[in-house]
Design a protein around this ligand. Sequence first.
Ligand code: ADP
Ligand code: MG
Length: 247
Amino acid sequence: MKENKIIEINHLKVTFDDREVLKDVSFTITQGDVTVILGGSGSGKSTILKHILGLFPVEAGVVNLLDQDIATLKEKDELDFYLKLGVFYQNGALLNSLTVGDNVALPLEQHTDLPPQLIEEMVRTKLNLVNLEDAYYLYPSQLSGGMLKRAALARAIILDPPVLFCDEPGAGLDPVSLAALDELILKLRDQLGMTVVMVTHEVSSILRIADKILFVEDGVIGFDGTLEEARKSPLPSLKDFFTVGTG
Ligand code: ADP
Ligand code: MG
């Protein structure tokens, strides 16, 4: 089967205050894979995601996403384009004044003209998918940490994005809730064919969900390969990561 590239980055360079955080970053991401971006704290993982998501202008290099060079996107097309992406931030908090159902419905209400009945149906389908079918009328304050993350995930995928970006989604979760979140990520990949790009430090998660690993070090991609290859890699920093489990 032909491997479809859903993201292609070539020679991306990012400078903050005269400091080259990313010197020369190139990689591709294949459709239907869970790709984990690894690297030490401050190595530039979130910066990579933010550049793919168009939150910073591309200073040098090319970011190609869904067959679109994002630097050539017309301003009037930007909203429609970025709406196709699912984003799940570490602090992807829900609005406390709204029920879970209304929180998950927000993107549909803001960006579509669908009738309320259909919106409710779509929200219930997604809540069902993340095993929160009973939380429709609950408020965020009534949910556990793991349930909050799953509700945020339901909201991130309510518009059926082909790609889901997650920046440390498991932060602060106990091992059982983390495993439940990982199960859902795999469900999105296996049942919906979603491509997932995730930054995480959680070794247990990586071992469960990663198809591919990108390791960011010294402003470049120091390793790019399968999970299997990453675990056998002689690269000292990557080896340390899998044995010690520190990020
Ligand atoms: P990571 O996600 O790998 O921990 P980040 O991508 O957040 O790292 O940050 C990489 C480096 O860039 C850090 O040194 C951080 O302080 C710096 N940085 C990130 N965003 C900005 C910004 N908007 N302005 C200035 N420096 C930034
Ligand atoms: Mg980060």
